[in-house]
Ligand binder design. Structure first.
Ligand code: NAD
Length: 455
């Protein structure tokens, strides 16, 4: 079985990709199990050295990886280059892990007590289509670094960079079978990671709906699970902020990657007294966005990933919710969607509560600090957000008050490989990236050795 990819910019057919069946997935998991034993048996310095070689291979292939993402996903080339560099950085960062897998020595009576961080075995990583290579690396790099094998299932629409990364890993000298990319349907390949007993952990990034199914499936085997799910994040602009700067930077916080970003600040909350001022500057900034050919380095926004997704995003722009203004988008082939600014009359309008995952943002006024925090928290999600104010005490109060995993003040920080990332509430479970991520791919083992006869 196989299926054909479609270039989202041209709508032309591209590569044909195999859709694996359950037997093929089981065979790959078995190869991973064998490779993991070999990998975990290498000395830590050798594992670190192989991961550094993998990082170097990605570095040498950055431009190719970036071009693949432009073709497969429609990402603007500037973004895609950043993504390829990010994968290299993630690998370099976790290449330090094998030689720093410290346990603890715990004072106890009558002997020596030490802990070891043991690898889990085979880890299944399931990724979405919006940031195919970066999100894959958040799973496979720390998992490999802590001694595991990885089977990776990329999203159906966007497997090309993941397939290339598996080739680069093998070329760098990773044992055969240690890092495999298995293409095909989520309900077949991804679901087999959940049901196959040899897979000891599933790292899932995708929709909250599928994440809940995975979590309940994993419960059957008490399988470890990390979930990175949806978002409906708030960008809160107080009257005492640099309102012009907040408005001029707002497009990047919600329209980056055509809004197909779990961290998109898709609700902008503006203090009532500066609402009109904000909207004027915001309109100017949206008008200046270049939406078009993603191969050009001057392009800010490319197409949406697929026809199906284009139709889903379009359903949010209807006669029921007022449109304040829109940016531009090309005509002709390609899944184009102009940046769209909605000003809903009700705070429970579905554009305020549902993750649209496209270049559509809702802007609403608020009255005071308590109102802003309550409105920001009026969602089941809790992934990211921004706070604009010149009052540092308020910035800290609001940052502590907003139920979200990743906040930035007077900026719209993106993900960093060296800081933890993950969601509150239904945006996820567990954290990726940062200094502790590798620990989520280990079990803590405690060992006691008596030094006196009594114990
Ligand atoms: P999706 O849930 O449809 O699919 C994600 C992955 O799961 C795909 O590889 C898919 O094939 C697989 N899958 C589907 N059904 C499955 C099943 N029954 N069993 C196992 N695997 C299955 O999500 P998507 O549309 O690809 O991605 C968009 C979503 O991802 C958005 O909700 C977005 O917010 C979320 N996301 C979250 C983060 C984060 O870090 N929190 C990052 C990026 C995207």
């Amino acid at each position: 079985m196989s299926y054909t990819l479609i270039n989202p910019t041209t709508e032309e057919a591209m590569e044909t990709i195999p859709a694996l069946d359950i037997d093929q997935v089981d065979a790959a998991i078995e190869r991973a199990r064998v490779a993991q034993r070999e990998w975990a048996g290498l000395n830590p310095a050798d594992r670190a050295s192989l991961l550094r070689r993998f990082a170097d291979a990605v570095d040498a292939d950055r431009e190719n990886l970036a071009q693949l993402e432009v073709r497969n996903s429609g990402h603007p080339i500037g973004n895609a280059r950043w993504e390829a560099e990010h994968v290299r950085n993630v690998l370099e960062y976790y290449a330090a892990t094998p030689e720093r897998m410290f346990g603890r020595q715990i004072p106890v009576a009558g002997g020596l007590d030490v802990t070891f961080q043991e690898p889990l075995g085979v880890v299944g990583v399931i990724t979405p289509w919006n940031f195919p290579m970066t999100i894959a690396s958040w799973g496979f790099a720390p998992a490999l670094a802590s001694g595991n094998a990885v089977v990776l299932k990329p999203a159906e629409w966007t497997p090309l960079t993941s397939l290339r990364l598996a080739e680069l890993g093998l070329d760098s000298g990773l044992p055969e079978g240690l890092f495999q990319v298995l293409t095909g349907k989520g309900s077949v390949v991804g679901n087999r990671f959940v049901t196959n007993l040899t897979v000891r952990k599933v790292v899932f990034t995708g929709s909250t709906e599928v994440g809940k199914q995975i979590m309940s499936g994993c419960a059957d085997q008490v399988k470890r699970v990390t979930l990175e799910l949806g978002g409906k994040s708030a960008n809160i602009v107080f009257a005492d902020a640099d309102v012009e700067k907040a408005a001029l930077t707002a497009p990047s916080s919600v329209f980056d990657n055509s809004g197909q970003d779990c961290c998109a600040r898709s609700r902008i909350l503006v203090q009532r007294s500066v609402f009109d001022d904000f909207m004027q500057h915001f309109e100017k900034a949206v008008g200046a966005l270049t939406v078009g050919d993603p191969t050009q380095s001057t392009t800010d926004m490319g197409p949406l990933v697929s026809r199906q997704h284009h139709d889903a995003v379009s359903a949010y722009v209807d006669a029921k919710t007022p449109v304040a203004f829109r940016g531009s988008a090309p005509d002709g082939p390609g899944f184009w969607f102009a940046p769209t600014i909605l000003t809903p009359e009700s705070r429970t309008d579905r554009c305020m509560t549902e993750e649209i995952f496209g270049p559509v943002v809702a802007v609403v006024p608020f009255d005071d600090e308590a109102d802003a925090v309550a409105l920001a928290n009026a969602t089941e999600f809790g992934l990211s957000g921004s706070i604009w104010t010149r009052d540092i005490a308020r910035a800290l109060r609001v940052a502590r008050g907003v139920e979200s995993g990743n906040l930035s003040v007077n900026s719209h920080s993106s993900v960093r490989y060296n800081t933890p990332f993950g969601g509150f509430k239904q945006s996820g479970l567990g954290r990726e990236l940062g200094p502790d991520a590798h620990l989520a791919f280990t079990e803590t083992k405690n060992v006691f050795i008596p030094t006196t006869e009594k114990d």
